[in-house]
Design a protein around this ligand. Structure first.
Ligand SMILES: *Cc1c(COP(=O)(O)O)cnc(C)c1O
Length: 376
């Protein structure tokens, strides 16, 4: 949780670049030409990875929440422009989608509708279709969804969005800079990016598996019209035109420079190498937890693993793991433990599994025997 480490060398590149541009301001790209170049090259690299065509556009933001806010704003404004007779606009998504959509909805005057999952923890396209209303302005799919780490059926959901003429956002805050490399390495991951017709926008965090300094995400759009909705401009004050693509005004130049530097430093082969090690770490943990009799939620293919237990009280196991010194992440539905992995975990797996085995032998038995699938 909370950090994404890819080696001391990567950290050093990010720090050096950040410090060189510590005082520069991404609001002033006319003044800071290097930042303009960095941002446009980061966007170009991202769009290359996510199969944007010549019409595709994007920008850097300060994080996943900002990317999601701006995608929601763009979708809301476009729907309003096309049909102003609507009621309160709604965002439609599976219950596993990130709270940033609810935060954005709360701040910007939308409602959210959350639908149940399929038994394999992926979003249920049928439940989503049944919940579409004339007020639905955005449908969301996640790559992956954070709670269980599984990838939603993006092409099915995007087909629904297209059929009903609704904006489809793919939240790849976790997977945007991980899933493409996993796929290149041979993992079976269905298409989910701009290759899928109907996908309008994608959020992808650089400060997660882009391995750069905190304060960096990307937001991409299929075409210039949808991208235009991200921006905001104003001139009714004595200082003339004020226009931004982002929610924030002043932007930390260091975060933009560090993202560019780390992307150039790692390159495709660097990202592939780190991705393989993270997948191997997740597999080692998954093999170990399975051998201990724990049940993995769904079929995770990326960097997140969540599991529960039919026999033991998993909350009790969590308490015991905390006593062993681990920072424990919880899934509430169904009850489970959660891991988002990076290279700091690589050497820790054997010790973790030892502690887990001890904790299980001391833990009370489960009081909630039942299904560990998504039918809650
Ligand atoms: C982290 C995350 C976000 C929000 O990103 P922040 O950078 O924390 O604002 C959104 N969606 C998913 C799936 C995430 O994991």
């Amino acid at each position: 949780m909370f950090i994404h480490y890819a080696g001391d060398d990567v950290l050093e590149v990010a720090k050096q670049a950040y410090l060189m541009y510590f005082s520069e301001n991404g609001l002033g790209l006319r003044a800071f030409r290097s930042l303009a170049k960095f941002e446009s090259e980061v966007v170009e690299m991202g769009l290359g990875l996510l199969h944007g065509n010549a019409q595709a556009r994007g920008a850097m933001t300060t994080g996943g929440t900002e990317s999601i806010f701006l995608a929601v704003k763009a979708a809301r404004d476009l729907a309003k422009k096309r049909d102003s007779g609507r009621g309160k606009p709604q965002i439609l998504m599976a219950c596993s989608a990130h709270p940033a959509f609810d935060k954005a909805a709360h701040f910007m005057g939308l409602d959210t509708v959350r639908t149940p999952l399929q038994a394999d923890f992926r979003a249920d396209p049928a439940a989503i279709e049944a919940a579409i209303t004339p007020d639905t302005v955005m449908i969301v799919g996640s790559v992956p969804a954070y709670p269980h780490g599984v990838i939603d059926p993006i092409s099915e959901i995007a087909a629904l969005a297209q059929k009903h003429g609704i904006w489809m956002h793919v939240d790849a805050c976790v997977g945007g800079y991980f899933a493409p490399f996993a796929k290149q390495l041979g993992e079976t991951i269905p298409d989910w990016d701009f290759l899928v017709p109907g996908v309008t926008s994608i959020s992808a965090d650089l400060h997660k598996y882009g391995y750069t300094a905190k304060g960096a995400s990307t937001l991409f759009f299929r075409d210039a019209e949808s991208f235009a909705g991200m921006g905001w401009s104003f001139d009714n004050w004595p200082r003339g035109q004020y226009a931004t693509n982002t929610l924030v005004g002043t932007r930390p130049g260091g975060a933009i420079a560090a993202a560019w530097a780390v992307m150039k430093y790692l390159g495709q082969s660097g990202y592939q190498r780190v991705t393989q090690r993270v997948i191997d770490t997740r597999c080692a943990l998954q093999t170990g937890t399975t051998a201990l009799g724990l049940t993995t939620f769904g079929d995770p293919k990326l960097s997140i693993l969540a599991y529960g237990s039919y026999e033991h009280n998993i909350a009790d196991i969590g308490v015991r793991m905390t006593a062993h010194g681990w920072l424990v992440g919880h899934v509430t539905t169904p009850p489970g433990l959660h891991h988002m992995l990076n290279l700091t975990h690589e050497p820790a797996i054997p010790r973790y599994l030892n502690n887990l085995s001890d904790s299980m032998s001391q833990a009370s038995s489960s009081k909630q025997l039942g299904k560990l699938n998504a039918q809650y």
